[in-house]
Ligand binder design. Structure first.
Ligand code: SF4
Length: 343
Protein backbone atom coordinates (compact mmCIF):
# COMPACT_ATOMS: atom_id res chain seq x y z
CA UNK A 1 0.00 0.00 0.00
CA UNK A 2 1.25 3.50 -0.82
CA UNK A 3 0.71 6.95 0.65
CA UNK A 4 1.30 9.90 -1.66
CA UNK A 5 3.18 12.97 -0.49
CA UNK A 6 2.42 16.38 -1.97
CA UNK A 7 5.17 18.47 -0.59
CA UNK A 8 6.93 21.49 -2.04
CA UNK A 9 9.84 21.20 0.38
CA UNK A 10 10.38 17.52 1.36
CA UNK A 11 9.14 18.21 4.89
CA UNK A 12 6.91 15.16 5.34
CA UNK A 13 8.46 12.60 7.71
CA UNK A 14 8.39 9.60 5.38
CA UNK A 15 9.56 7.41 8.27
CA UNK A 16 6.08 7.60 9.87
CA UNK A 17 4.53 6.13 6.72
CA UNK A 18 7.26 3.48 6.57
CA UNK A 19 6.64 2.64 10.24
CA UNK A 20 3.01 1.97 9.25
CA UNK A 21 4.41 -0.56 6.74
CA UNK A 22 3.35 1.52 3.76
CA UNK A 23 5.45 3.05 1.00
CA UNK A 24 5.74 6.84 0.88
CA UNK A 25 5.60 8.07 -2.71
CA UNK A 26 6.42 11.67 -3.43
CA UNK A 27 4.04 12.94 -6.10
CA UNK A 28 5.91 14.59 -8.94
CA UNK A 29 4.86 16.30 -12.12
CA UNK A 30 4.81 14.88 -15.60
CA UNK A 31 5.88 17.31 -18.32
CA UNK A 32 4.23 15.17 -21.00
CA UNK A 33 0.60 15.50 -19.90
CA UNK A 34 -1.86 18.10 -21.17
CA UNK A 35 -3.54 20.28 -18.55
CA UNK A 36 -7.31 20.53 -18.77
CA UNK A 37 -9.33 19.59 -15.66
CA UNK A 38 -7.01 21.44 -13.28
CA UNK A 39 -7.76 24.67 -15.15
CA UNK A 40 -11.33 24.48 -13.83
CA UNK A 41 -10.05 24.68 -10.25
CA UNK A 42 -7.11 27.06 -10.14
CA UNK A 43 -6.41 30.46 -11.74
CA UNK A 44 -4.00 30.86 -14.70
CA UNK A 45 -1.25 32.24 -12.46
CA UNK A 46 -1.18 29.16 -10.22
CA UNK A 47 2.22 27.42 -10.14
CA UNK A 48 2.66 25.21 -13.17
CA UNK A 49 4.28 22.35 -11.19
CA UNK A 50 1.57 22.08 -8.55
CA UNK A 51 -1.10 22.44 -11.23
CA UNK A 52 0.40 19.48 -13.09
CA UNK A 53 0.13 17.26 -10.00
CA UNK A 54 -3.47 18.36 -9.48
CA UNK A 55 -4.19 17.44 -13.08
CA UNK A 56 -2.81 13.95 -12.57
CA UNK A 57 -4.92 13.53 -9.42
CA UNK A 58 -8.09 14.71 -11.18
CA UNK A 59 -7.48 12.46 -14.18
CA UNK A 60 -6.65 9.22 -12.35
CA UNK A 61 -4.36 8.51 -9.48
CA UNK A 62 -2.36 5.29 -9.05
CA UNK A 63 -4.75 2.65 -7.58
CA UNK A 64 -2.13 1.61 -5.01
CA UNK A 65 -2.10 5.09 -3.49
CA UNK A 66 -4.60 4.93 -0.65
CA UNK A 67 -4.00 8.28 0.92
CA UNK A 68 -2.09 11.51 0.78
CA UNK A 69 -0.16 13.75 3.13
CA UNK A 70 0.19 17.38 2.10
CA UNK A 71 2.83 19.26 4.05
CA UNK A 72 2.43 22.99 4.63
CA UNK A 73 4.58 24.66 1.99
CA UNK A 74 3.66 27.34 -0.51
CA UNK A 75 0.18 28.80 -1.04
CA UNK A 76 -0.32 26.67 -4.16
CA UNK A 77 0.17 23.28 -2.52
CA UNK A 78 -1.59 24.44 0.65
CA UNK A 79 -4.71 25.46 -1.23
CA UNK A 80 -4.61 22.45 -3.52
CA UNK A 81 -5.24 20.33 -0.44
CA UNK A 82 -8.75 21.82 -0.25
CA UNK A 83 -9.37 20.87 -3.88
CA UNK A 84 -8.12 17.33 -3.23
CA UNK A 85 -10.56 17.06 -0.31
CA UNK A 86 -13.47 17.96 -2.55
CA UNK A 87 -12.53 16.38 -5.85
CA UNK A 88 -10.12 13.46 -5.36
CA UNK A 89 -11.41 10.32 -3.72
CA UNK A 90 -8.89 8.72 -1.39
CA UNK A 91 -9.32 6.86 1.91
CA UNK A 92 -6.99 9.17 3.82
CA UNK A 93 -5.94 12.80 3.53
CA UNK A 94 -3.86 14.67 6.06
CA UNK A 95 -2.57 18.23 6.04
CA UNK A 96 0.67 18.28 7.98
CA UNK A 97 1.44 21.66 9.53
CA UNK A 98 5.17 21.80 8.81
CA UNK A 99 5.98 25.09 10.56
CA UNK A 100 7.05 28.24 8.81
CA UNK A 101 9.53 29.17 11.54
CA UNK A 102 12.33 27.18 13.13
CA UNK A 103 12.25 28.03 16.82
CA UNK A 104 11.41 25.94 19.90
CA UNK A 105 7.70 26.85 19.75
CA UNK A 106 7.61 25.68 16.14
CA UNK A 107 9.35 22.46 17.17
CA UNK A 108 6.75 21.68 19.81
CA UNK A 109 3.95 22.52 17.37
CA UNK A 110 5.45 20.23 14.72
CA UNK A 111 5.91 17.35 17.18
CA UNK A 112 2.23 17.62 18.18
CA UNK A 113 1.13 17.63 14.56
CA UNK A 114 3.27 14.60 13.67
CA UNK A 115 1.67 12.80 16.63
CA UNK A 116 -1.77 13.71 15.30
CA UNK A 117 -0.78 12.38 11.88
CA UNK A 118 0.35 9.12 13.50
CA UNK A 119 -2.91 8.66 15.37
CA UNK A 120 -4.97 9.35 12.24
CA UNK A 121 -2.95 6.85 10.18
CA UNK A 122 -3.27 4.26 12.94
CA UNK A 123 -7.01 4.74 13.15
CA UNK A 124 -7.64 4.78 9.41
CA UNK A 125 -5.48 1.80 8.47
CA UNK A 126 -5.75 -0.16 11.72
CA UNK A 127 -2.00 -0.25 12.24
CA UNK A 128 0.26 0.46 15.18
CA UNK A 129 3.13 2.93 14.85
CA UNK A 130 5.52 2.81 17.80
CA UNK A 131 8.91 4.33 18.58
CA UNK A 132 10.78 1.17 17.69
CA UNK A 133 9.26 1.04 14.19
CA UNK A 134 9.93 4.74 13.59
CA UNK A 135 13.54 4.39 14.74
CA UNK A 136 14.03 1.40 12.40
CA UNK A 137 12.75 3.53 9.51
CA UNK A 138 15.05 6.40 10.53
CA UNK A 139 18.08 4.07 10.51
CA UNK A 140 17.13 2.95 7.00
CA UNK A 141 16.61 6.45 5.59
CA UNK A 142 19.82 7.65 7.24
CA UNK A 143 21.73 4.89 5.44
CA UNK A 144 20.23 6.13 2.18
CA UNK A 145 21.16 9.73 3.01
CA UNK A 146 24.78 8.77 3.75
CA UNK A 147 25.09 6.98 0.41
CA UNK A 148 23.48 9.84 -1.52
CA UNK A 149 25.84 12.30 0.14
CA UNK A 150 28.83 10.18 -0.81
CA UNK A 151 27.53 9.82 -4.36
CA UNK A 152 27.01 13.56 -4.51
CA UNK A 153 30.76 13.97 -3.96
CA UNK A 154 31.37 11.73 -6.98
CA UNK A 155 29.14 13.96 -9.06
CA UNK A 156 31.18 16.94 -7.83
CA UNK A 157 34.31 15.13 -9.07
CA UNK A 158 32.45 14.50 -12.38
CA UNK A 159 32.69 10.72 -11.96
CA UNK A 160 28.91 10.46 -11.77
CA UNK A 161 26.80 12.32 -14.30
CA UNK A 162 24.59 15.03 -12.84
CA UNK A 163 21.51 13.67 -14.59
CA UNK A 164 22.18 10.16 -13.33
CA UNK A 165 22.45 11.41 -9.77
CA UNK A 166 19.24 13.41 -10.14
CA UNK A 167 17.43 10.28 -11.35
CA UNK A 168 18.66 8.34 -8.30
CA UNK A 169 17.40 10.92 -5.80
CA UNK A 170 14.05 11.03 -7.56
CA UNK A 171 13.76 7.25 -7.51
CA UNK A 172 14.50 7.16 -3.77
CA UNK A 173 11.61 9.55 -3.14
CA UNK A 174 9.15 7.37 -5.03
CA UNK A 175 10.10 3.77 -4.40
CA UNK A 176 10.46 1.25 -1.60
CA UNK A 177 13.34 2.37 0.61
CA UNK A 178 14.73 -1.10 1.37
CA UNK A 179 14.97 -1.86 -2.35
CA UNK A 180 16.47 1.56 -2.98
CA UNK A 181 19.14 1.02 -0.34
CA UNK A 182 20.26 -2.18 -2.08
CA UNK A 183 20.21 -0.43 -5.44
CA UNK A 184 22.27 2.51 -4.16
CA UNK A 185 24.82 0.30 -2.42
CA UNK A 186 25.53 -1.43 -5.75
CA UNK A 187 25.65 1.85 -7.64
CA UNK A 188 28.02 3.37 -5.11
CA UNK A 189 30.36 0.42 -5.43
CA UNK A 190 30.31 0.80 -9.20
CA UNK A 191 30.98 4.53 -9.01
CA UNK A 192 33.85 4.05 -6.54
CA UNK A 193 35.71 2.10 -9.24
CA UNK A 194 35.23 4.68 -11.98
CA UNK A 195 38.12 6.97 -12.94
CA UNK A 196 37.87 10.76 -12.58
CA UNK A 197 37.48 12.19 -16.10
CA UNK A 198 38.96 15.44 -17.40
CA UNK A 199 35.72 17.33 -17.82
CA UNK A 200 35.46 20.52 -19.87
CA UNK A 201 31.91 21.13 -18.67
CA UNK A 202 31.27 24.29 -16.62
CA UNK A 203 30.76 23.49 -12.91
CA UNK A 204 27.64 25.19 -11.56
CA UNK A 205 25.34 25.29 -8.57
CA UNK A 206 21.65 24.79 -9.34
CA UNK A 207 19.00 26.27 -7.08
CA UNK A 208 15.35 27.27 -7.39
CA UNK A 209 11.97 25.51 -7.31
CA UNK A 210 11.44 21.80 -7.40
CA UNK A 211 13.05 20.47 -10.58
CA UNK A 212 11.85 16.94 -11.15
CA UNK A 213 12.27 16.53 -14.90
CA UNK A 214 15.61 14.75 -15.34
CA UNK A 215 15.46 15.69 -19.03
CA UNK A 216 15.94 19.30 -17.98
CA UNK A 217 19.17 18.30 -16.25
CA UNK A 218 20.23 16.40 -19.40
CA UNK A 219 19.42 19.53 -21.38
CA UNK A 220 21.76 21.59 -19.14
CA UNK A 221 24.49 18.97 -19.51
CA UNK A 222 24.13 19.15 -23.29
CA UNK A 223 24.62 22.91 -23.07
CA UNK A 224 27.96 22.35 -21.36
CA UNK A 225 27.05 22.61 -17.65
CA UNK A 226 27.73 20.16 -14.86
CA UNK A 227 25.59 20.69 -11.77
CA UNK A 228 28.24 19.71 -9.28
CA UNK A 229 26.09 20.82 -6.36
CA UNK A 230 22.59 22.11 -5.63
CA UNK A 231 20.24 22.87 -2.77
CA UNK A 232 17.16 21.30 -4.37
CA UNK A 233 14.56 19.02 -2.85
CA UNK A 234 15.48 16.44 -5.49
CA UNK A 235 19.05 16.87 -4.45
CA UNK A 236 21.06 18.10 -1.51
CA UNK A 237 18.18 19.20 0.72
CA UNK A 238 16.95 15.60 0.77
CA UNK A 239 20.13 14.05 2.16
CA UNK A 240 22.41 16.75 3.58
CA UNK A 241 21.54 16.25 7.27
CA UNK A 242 21.00 13.04 9.23
CA UNK A 243 18.26 12.28 11.75
CA UNK A 244 19.38 11.69 15.34
CA UNK A 245 19.00 7.95 15.96
CA UNK A 246 19.44 8.17 19.73
CA UNK A 247 16.72 10.50 21.03
CA UNK A 248 12.93 10.25 20.93
CA UNK A 249 12.23 9.46 17.25
CA UNK A 250 9.30 11.85 16.80
CA UNK A 251 11.28 14.74 18.23
CA UNK A 252 14.28 13.67 16.12
CA UNK A 253 12.16 13.78 12.96
CA UNK A 254 10.74 17.20 13.80
CA UNK A 255 14.19 18.60 14.63
CA UNK A 256 15.66 17.16 11.44
CA UNK A 257 13.10 18.92 9.27
CA UNK A 258 13.54 22.23 11.09
CA UNK A 259 17.34 22.10 10.97
CA UNK A 260 18.01 20.95 7.42
CA UNK A 261 18.81 23.42 4.60
CA UNK A 262 15.88 25.82 4.30
CA UNK A 263 13.58 26.25 1.32
CA UNK A 264 12.14 29.54 0.06
CA UNK A 265 8.73 28.69 1.53
CA UNK A 266 10.11 28.86 5.09
CA UNK A 267 11.30 31.65 7.32
CA UNK A 268 13.76 33.31 7.33
CA UNK A 269 14.28 32.40 3.68
CA UNK A 270 17.49 34.50 3.58
CA UNK A 271 19.08 31.48 5.31
CA UNK A 272 18.77 29.77 1.94
CA UNK A 273 21.39 32.16 0.63
CA UNK A 274 23.72 31.35 3.55
CA UNK A 275 23.69 27.68 2.59
CA UNK A 276 24.05 28.48 -1.12
CA UNK A 277 27.08 30.66 -0.38
CA UNK A 278 28.60 27.79 1.58
CA UNK A 279 28.01 25.36 -1.31
CA UNK A 280 29.25 27.81 -3.96
CA UNK A 281 32.50 28.45 -2.06
CA UNK A 282 33.07 24.86 -0.94
CA UNK A 283 32.60 23.39 -4.41
CA UNK A 284 34.21 26.36 -6.19
CA UNK A 285 31.44 26.65 -8.77
CA UNK A 286 31.86 28.97 -11.75
CA UNK A 287 28.27 30.19 -11.59
CA UNK A 288 24.84 29.84 -10.03
CA UNK A 289 21.64 29.08 -11.95
CA UNK A 290 18.35 29.80 -10.18
CA UNK A 291 15.36 28.16 -11.92
CA UNK A 292 11.80 29.05 -10.90
CA UNK A 293 8.90 27.03 -12.13
CA UNK A 294 6.45 29.42 -13.81
CA UNK A 295 4.53 31.36 -11.11
CA UNK A 296 6.57 29.94 -8.21
CA UNK A 297 6.15 32.90 -5.90
CA UNK A 298 8.52 31.83 -3.08
CA UNK A 299 11.46 31.49 -5.49
CA UNK A 300 10.49 34.62 -7.45
CA UNK A 301 10.42 36.48 -4.16
CA UNK A 302 13.96 35.33 -3.28
CA UNK A 303 15.45 36.11 -6.69
CA UNK A 304 16.27 39.85 -6.20
CA UNK A 305 18.17 39.26 -2.97
CA UNK A 306 20.01 36.26 -4.47
CA UNK A 307 20.97 38.33 -7.48
CA UNK A 308 22.36 41.11 -5.27
CA UNK A 309 24.19 38.78 -2.91
CA UNK A 310 25.88 36.72 -5.63
CA UNK A 311 26.91 39.93 -7.39
CA UNK A 312 28.58 41.03 -4.13
CA UNK A 313 30.40 37.70 -4.01
CA UNK A 314 31.49 38.07 -7.64
CA UNK A 315 29.81 34.80 -8.64
CA UNK A 316 27.93 34.95 -11.97
CA UNK A 317 24.21 34.35 -11.45
CA UNK A 318 21.44 33.51 -13.91
CA UNK A 319 17.72 33.53 -13.15
CA UNK A 320 15.35 31.60 -15.40
CA UNK A 321 11.59 31.11 -15.23
CA UNK A 322 10.62 27.75 -16.64
CA UNK A 323 7.53 26.49 -18.43
CA UNK A 324 6.89 22.94 -17.35
CA UNK A 325 7.08 21.64 -20.93
CA UNK A 326 10.04 19.93 -22.56
CA UNK A 327 9.54 21.66 -25.92
CA UNK A 328 9.88 25.04 -24.18
CA UNK A 329 13.40 24.28 -22.91
CA UNK A 330 14.94 24.99 -26.32
CA UNK A 331 13.65 28.57 -26.20
CA UNK A 332 15.96 29.16 -23.23
CA UNK A 333 19.11 27.91 -24.94
CA UNK A 334 20.33 31.35 -26.02
CA UNK A 335 20.21 32.64 -22.43
CA UNK A 336 21.99 29.58 -21.07
CA UNK A 337 24.62 29.70 -23.82
CA UNK A 338 25.26 33.40 -23.20
CA UNK A 339 25.66 32.64 -19.49
CA UNK A 340 28.03 29.77 -20.28
CA UNK A 341 30.21 32.13 -22.31
CA UNK A 342 30.86 34.45 -19.35
CA UNK A 343 31.89 31.62 -17.02
S1 SF4 B 1 7.34 25.21 -7.51
FE1 SF4 B 1 7.05 26.92 -6.06
S2 SF4 B 1 4.90 27.54 -6.21
FE2 SF4 B 1 5.16 25.50 -7.15
S3 SF4 B 1 4.69 24.02 -5.56
FE3 SF4 B 1 6.90 24.36 -5.47
S4 SF4 B 1 7.20 26.08 -4.03
FE4 SF4 B 1 5.05 26.01 -4.59
Amino acid sequence: MKIGILDSGVETPEEIIMAAEMTPVRLLSNPLIELSKSNEHVPPNHCIWARNILEQALQAIDDDIKGIVVAHGCDCTNREFDIWLECVHLDFMYFLNAPLKRDEIALKFFIDDIKEMISQIEEKFDVSINSEKIRKAIILTNKIRRILKEMSEYRAKRVLKTSQFHAYVKKVQQQDKTEMLMFLEKELERVQHEKTPNSLQKPILLTGSVIDDTNFIVYLENLGFDIITDDLCIGTRYFWNLIDETCDPIEALARYHLEKPIYSTKSPSIERFTFLKYLAETYKVKGVINVAQKFCEPVLFDHPIMSTKFKELGIPYLFIELEYKQESYKQLSTRFEAFGEIL
